[in-house]
Design a protein. Structure first.
Length: 96
């Protein structure tokens, strides 16, 4: 039994897995932004972010700052719970 536990022990996420989770997050944010009818520039401005920061998020950078996430949710008119669940799903994108 202890051998099974060691064999299936958690491994740190591979760089490819992190990248995939980041892309998933970015794609979901991009879709939510488009559904809200916002351009990249509008979304960045309304959320108080730099254009380059919003682009990086859609490109796969998962923000860890709750205030940023709340501003994004408000800008796209989605619930904070929805964006927080997405972060939890994609948290492997963070460098641990």
């Amino acid at each position: 039994m202890s051998t099974e536990k060691k064999m299936f022990a958690s491994l740190p996420p591979s760089p490819l897995f992190r990248q995939s989770m980041g892309r998933l997050f970015g794609s979901c944010i991009q879709e939510a932004r488009k559904t809200a009818g916002l351009s990249l520039e509008e979304a960045a401005r309304l959320s108080g972010m730099e254009f380059s920061e919003w682009m990086a998020i859609e490109g796969g950078r998962v923000p860890q700052d709750e205030n940023r996430l709340r501003a994004m949710a408000e800008t796209m008119q989605i619930s904070f719970a929805k964006i927080a669940n997405l972060v939890l799903l994609c948290r492997a994108a963070w460098e641990l």
